[in-house]
Design a protein around this ligand. Structure first.
Ligand code: PRP
Length: 213
């Protein structure tokens, strides 16, 4: 019997995907917040979930280790999207990609055309594209987390990071100086799976589309 595998990360994406899964008649057998299982069965014998790091979701789907996945636009822009069909913005896990600096840093001066700025981020591609469009030279420093620390200890002038409530910036005396783009999570589908398993994937896609707010 043919079956499908959906790749998800735990946290916000998992929680906000549950109502979409319910609309497709899919109920996970475990919750990754409480279970350490990485392969989670569902009420449907032909559907299983795999729990992956958010940045790895496009890779699992690209190689067909998962047929479908749910990944943030931030992650997809860094991955590049090769081999992925992206049929649907699910409008979940919403936040913004922003530039932030220490309070009092003269961002306007640093980013005058021909200016130069040092930026720490895990979103190298998005940051590069953003500053290139402004005509600003950017020295990028790749970090994997806790970006907010970088301007506080002199590692960088600014960060490019996700902002949701703004609480993390406030707690670290940083301020948002530029909004780059809104971010939400998208459904991604392996292009070969879509052809070979159309009868299983299509109804899930349609149910998700119908449930998107
Ligand atoms: C994200 C982001 C910020 C924080 C913003 O980190 O990198 O640090 O959330 O949210 P807020 O505006 O509501 O405070 P996350 O918690 O996803 O962890 P990460 O550092 O592993 O990306």
């Amino acid at each position: 019997m043919s079956s499908i595998t959906l790749a998800l990360s735990k946290g916000r994406i998992f929680e906000e995907t549950l109502p979409l899964l319910a609309a497709a008649g899919i109920t996970p057998a475990d919750n990754p917040e409480t279970s350490r299982k990485l392969i989670i069965g569902t009420n449907r014998p032909d559907v299983r979930l795999v729990i992956v790091r958010a940045t790895d979701t496009p890779t699992y789907v690209q190689y067909g280790a998962a047929d479908l996945g749910i990944a943030g636009k931030d992650v997809l822009l860094e991955h590049g999207g090769a081999g992925l069909y992206q049929p649907l913005d699910l409008n979940i896990a919403k936040c913004r990609l922003c530039v932030a600096t220490r309070k009092g840093f003269d961002y306007a001066a640093a980013t005058r055309p021909g200016g130069r700025i040092r930026v720490a981020t895990k979103y190298i591609n998005s940051a590069k594209a953003h500053f290139a469009a402004k005509g600003v030279h950017v020295d990028l420093i790749k970090l994997y987390g806790s970006m907010e620390l970088a301007p506080l200890v002199g590692l960088a002038d600014a960060i490019v990071d996700l902002v949701s409530s703004g609480g993390t910036l406030r707690a670290n005396n940083l301020e948002e100086v530029e909004d780059i783009m809104p971010i939400s999570s998208r459904l991604i589908v392996n292009q070969a799976s879509l052809k070979l398993k159309r009868e299983l994937i299509r109804p899930v896609l349609d149910a998700f589309a119908g449930a998107v707010k």
